[in-house]
Design a protein. Structure first.
Length: 233
C-alpha cells in the first residue's frame, strides 16, 4: 500500500491508457502508487467512461490499488458501491453533494479512504474546518471531464491554503492534484503543497511509463524539498 505522508505519490490515470490493452498498460505502471480511475456519468461532466462493472474488472487484474475519482451526480447512491468493490480510495465531488461529511464517513465505515474533490472555481473556505473528515482533498487543475487539458496555475493558492490548514491541524490528509501534470507542472504543484499527483498523458504517452513515473516523483520530491528549505529560511 502507499506509504507515509512524506512520500510523493504518482497515480497514473487510466483515462489515458489503451482501453483495448488495459491489463498490459496496468502492467507498465508498476512503479505507481495507485491507479487513478475516472468514473464519469455524462451528467455531472460531459463525458462517459467507466462504471462499476469495469472498475470491478480493473480491480481484479491490477496489482496496484485503485484511486477512484467519481465525476458523477448522486454520489450518495453510487460511491459506497465502489468502496464495497475494494477500491483503496474513493473521491467524490463537493459540487455533487449536500452531505459530504456523511458520505465520507460512510466510505470510511466500508473501509475505503474518503476523498473530496473541488473544481477549479470552487472555493475551499467551506471545507477547511472539515478536513479531519477526509483522507484526501483533490484540487482539480483542469476542468473535469476530459484528459489532455492544460494545467491551471490559478488553482495553486487554493492548494497553499489547504497545505497550511492541514499542517496547522496536524492532519494526515493527502493533497492531490489532477490535470495537466508534467515534469514541469508537478514541481509547481509540489511547491504549493501537493503530495499526490494524477498524471495521464505524460505517463502513458511516454516510451517507458514506469521510468516516467519515477521521474515525476523525483521532480515533485525535489521541488517540495526546495520549498521546505525556503520556508525554513
Amino acid at each position: 500500500m502507499p506509504d507515509s505522508r512524506a512520500r510523493m505519490r504518482i497515480n497514473p490515470s487510466i483515462l489515458a491508457a489503451d482501453f483495448v490493452n488495459m491489463e498490459r498498460d496496468l502492467g507498465s505502471i508498476r512503479t505507481a502508487d495507485l491507479v487513478h480511475v475516472d468514473v464519469m456519468d455524462n451528467h455531472f461532466v460531459p463525458n462517459l467512461t467507466f462504471g462499476p462493472q469495469m472498475v470491478e474488472r480493473i480491480q481484479a487484474v491490477s496489482a496496484i490499488p485503485l484511486d477512484v475519482h467519481l465525476m458523477i451526480d448522486d454520489p450518495e447512491r453510487w460511491a459506497p458501491g465502489y468502496a464495497e468493490l475494494g477500491a483503496y480510495s474513493v473521491t467524490f465531488h463537493a459540487e455533487a453533494t449536500d452531505e459530504p461529511v456523511a458520505l465520507a464517513r460512510r466510505l470510511r465505515e466500508i473501509g475505503a479512504r474518503a476523498g473530496i474533490a473541488l473544481k477549479p472555481d470552487t472555493p475551499v473556505d467551506d471545507y477547511l474546518e472539515l478536513l479531519e473528515e477526509f483522507d484526501q482533498v483533490l484540487v482539480m487543475t483542469v476542468e473535469p471531464g476530459f484528459g489532455g487539458q492544460s494545467f491551471m496555475a490559478s488553482t495553486m493558492p487554493k492548494l497553499e491554503r489547504l497545505r497550511s490548514a492541514v499542517a496547522s491541524a496536524g492532519l494526515d490528509v493527502w493533497l492531490q492534484v489532477d490535470g495537466g501534470i508534467t515534469q514541469q507542472t508537478i514541481a509547481t504543484a509540489a511547491r504549493a503543497g501537493a503530495n499526490t499527483f494524477v498524471a495521464g498523458s505524460s505517463v502513458f504517452n511516454s516510451d517507458d511509463p514506469a521510468a516516467q513515473i519515477t521521474a515525476l516523483r523525483n521532480a515533485a520530491s525535489s521541488a517540495a524539498t526546495d520549498s521546505a528549505s525556503n520556508l525554513d529560511q
